[in-house]
Design a binder for this molecule. Sequence first.
Ligand code: PMP
Length: 388
Amino acid sequence: GRKLLMIPGPIEFEPDVLHAMGIATTSHVAPNFIEVFGNSLELMRAVWKSPKGQPFIVAGTGTLAMDMAAANLIEQGDHVLVISSGYFGKRFRDILDRYGANTTLLEAALGEVVSLEAIENELKTKSYKALTITHVDTSTGLLVDPKPIALLAKKYHTLSILDGVCSVAGEALHQDEWELDVVLTASQKAIGVPPGLALLMASEKAIQVWENRKTPVPNYYADWTNWLPIMRAYEERRPSYFGTPAVNLVVALETSLKIICKEGMDKRVKRHRSLAKAFRAGIASLNLSILPKTNKTAANTLTAIYYPKGIDDLAFRSKMASDDVIIAGGLLSEIKTQYFRIGHMGSVSASDLVAVLAALERTLIALGHPLESGKSLQTFQKEHLKTN
Ligand code: PMP
């Protein structure tokens, strides 16, 4: 039957976006496509709240966007502070290491985020070229507030790089106001487009730092030398070529960005917050606990939930799937089979989450876990009504 895809990306996509994917592919220099690409770059600025930013749209995944930030901004021996609240923080460290960075990993205890105090203490110890933040770490469901960290970065003359793969278009973001130097994401999450696009917004300062490099970018595909003229050309509605863009994905991107901007980012963030809050209340009413230790640090784009004692990960997820709800398992190797993750971003609605909670209750009951049927639905409804 029809399944509800509730993993933290890819997500359920708007029918109009999927429809756009199916157009007859045009030339990447066709006037219509140049217009679509140019519009997409402009719409990105609205979603990132970065009128001054330089957007990049490149075929690849979120990891390529991370690679691009590291390749273009880091030179051999640069000190980089990696602030980690899970699996994807460490991935950034691994990527930076490949480019010869001198990385320091600041890692929070499981379920917590790194304190501002710890970050500032570390920034005092040496001259950091950059720091990286994972806005929402998809492995733990932890949300970090980038604003005070970006302020610290500024105070210590350090570039701030935000991995927004699981946050952009779902969580609050004001790139220019917060003075974040790079905010990157991928298409398949809250941006609402099938996998295959790396999206990145660079500040004027980031572009300057790249321009002032002493050594060439040691990565051909990721090098802004190749991509910046292309982005500028599309924005000026001129044909250009470096690597063939993912034409159909870019058409879908324009469609989705238009949907996002029509809703408006502030309203969209509010919707994500209110749905996530009601969902967490529903989860708590079943006596299930989530990985983040506080609600303030719980993401609004996904929730990571510990299994109750005695529930087998594979049995649980396959029963959920046979009940037409696809969810994700754990990602942190230390506790991989002890928790599961549910994505709730993009076009997600209250009805979707009611369906998820209902399937969750049925699955727990079927696997022998006692609970009062309907409890999480009632809690969800009550909580959701409060904010809507
Ligand atoms: N960072 C975060 C926070 C992510 O959630 C992901 C994907 N789950 C990535 C980076 C990597 O993105 P991709 O899988 O598209 O390469």
